[in-house]
Design a protein around this ligand. Structure first.
Ligand SMILES: Nc1ncnc2c1ncn2[C@@H]1O[C@H](COP(=O)(O)OP(=O)(O)OP(=O)(O)O)[C@@H](O)[C@H]1O
Length: 278
C-alpha cells in the first residue's frame, strides 16, 4: 500500500479553485518533492494530506487512513514541519522538544533529536532568543521527535545558511535510509534534486510534470549542447548524442581544452514547465 494516495483532490477558497483535481501517489519509503511557484497550491495540498485542511472533493489515503477522519494513533505516525510554525515560546529548546516528545508513544530521546538538528550549543537557550534559521531547526526537531513513518516538510530549509542546509540534507538522507517516507515542498531546486526520489511540478493547482529529478520533463533525452573553440572563436552545437560530434572534432585536430557538454538543469526544465503553465 502506498504511503500517500490522492485521487481527484479539489479545494477552493471562496470561488477560487486552488487544487484542481490532483492525483498523487507517494510510495512507502519514498522521498517526494512538490515544486511550484508561490500560490501553486503546494501548502494547501500538504495541509489536506496532513489532515489540517478539509478538501472539497477527492479520495485521500495517508498511511491507509483518510486524514480528515484519522485519530491519535495515526497522528502519532505522522511528523509535520509547518511552513509558519509559531514556536516563539518561552521554553528552552530542550524543554520544548521534551514537551512535544511527551505526546508520542515511542519518541526519540530529546538530546538525540537536538543533536540531529545541530542545536546542541543552543539546547538551554530560550526559543524566542534563537535566530530564524535556528528556530527552523527546532521546527524540524519537533517534526522528528515522534519517530514518524511519514514526515511532511513544508519549505523546511527557508532561512538556513548553506552549511545548515547541507547538514539538513544529510539528516533527511539518513531518515530516508531508515525507511521514513518524506513529502517535501521547496523552492530550492538543488534541494529537490539532492533529496527527492521523485518530484512533481505544480502550478495553478495542477501537476504539470512528475518524475525522477534526472528525467523530469524529458531532461535526459533533451539533447546536449557541445561547446568548444575553433580558431579562437567560440562554437556551440546542440545534438541528441554528443559522441559523434566529439569524435569528429578530435579527428579534425581541434583544440578541445575548453570543450564542455551541458544538458538542461532541473532549473531549466522547471522554468520551461512553469512558463508553459502560465
Ligand atoms: N486560507 C486561505 N484563504 C483564502 N485563500 C487562500 C488561503 N490559503 C491559501 N490561499 C490561496 O490559495 C492559493 C494557493 O496557496 P498555497 O499556500 O497552497 O500555495 P503554495 O504553492 O504553498 O505557495 P508558496 O510557495 O507561496 O508557499 C494562493 O492563491 C493563496 O492565496
Amino acid at each position: 500500500m502506498a504511503a500517500i494516495e490522492a485521487r481527484g483532490l479539489r479545494k477552493s477558497y471562496q470561488d477560487h479553485e486552488v487544487v484542481c483535481g490532483i492525483d498523487l501517489t507517494v510510495e512507502r519509503g519514498e522521498a517526494f518533492a512538490l515544486l511550484g511557484p508561490n500560490g501553486a497550491g503546494k501548502t494547501t495540498m500538504v495541509e489536506i494530506l496532513e489532515g489540517h485542511r478539509r478538501r472539497d472533493a477527492g479520495d485521500v489515503r495517508v498511511l491507509g487512513e483518510d486524514p480528515s477522519a484519522a485519530g491519535r494513533a495515526w497522528r502519532a505516525r505522522v511528523g509535520i514541519v509547518l511552513q509558519d510554525a509559531d514556536d516563539a515560546a518561552d521554553l528552552t529548546v530542550r524543554e520544548m522538544v521534551r514537551h512535544i516528545a511527551g505526546f508520542y508513544p515511542d519518541p526519540r530521546p530529546a538530546d538525540e533529536v537536538i543533536e540531529l538538528v545541530g542545536l546542541v550549543q543552543k539546547r538551554d537557550s530560550k526559543i524566542r532568543a534563537l535566530s530564524g534559521g535556528q528556530r527552523r531547526r527546532v521546527d524540524v526537531a519537533l517534526g522528528l521527535v515522534g519517530r514518524p513513518d511519514l514526515l511532511f516538510l513544508d519549505e523546511p530549509t527557508t532561512g538556513f545558511d548553506p552549511q545548515a542546509r547541507r547538514q539538513f540534507w544529510e539528516l533527511v538522507g539518513a531518515l530516508a535510509a531508515e525507511g521514513t517516507t518524506i513529502l517535501l515542498t521547496t523552492h530550492y531546486l538543488e534541494e529537490a534534486e539532492a533529496l527527492a526520489d521523485r518530484l512533481a511540478v505544480l502550478a495553478g493547482g495542477r501537476i504539470l510534470a512528475e518524475g525522477a529529478p534526472a528525467t523530469l520533463g524529458g531532461r535526459l533525452t533533451a539533447g546536449a549542447t557541445v561547446s568548444w573553440r575553433e580558431n579562437g572563436e567560440p562554437r556551440a552545437e546542440k545534438v541528441a548524442d554528443p559522441t559523434e560530434l566529439v569524435r569528429r572534432l578530435v579527428a579534425e585536430g581541434n583544440d578541445l581544452s575548453s570543450l564542455t557538454i551541458t544538458r538542461p538543469t532541473l532549473e531549466d526544465v522547471y522554468l520551461t514547465l512553469i512558463g508553459a503553465g502560465e
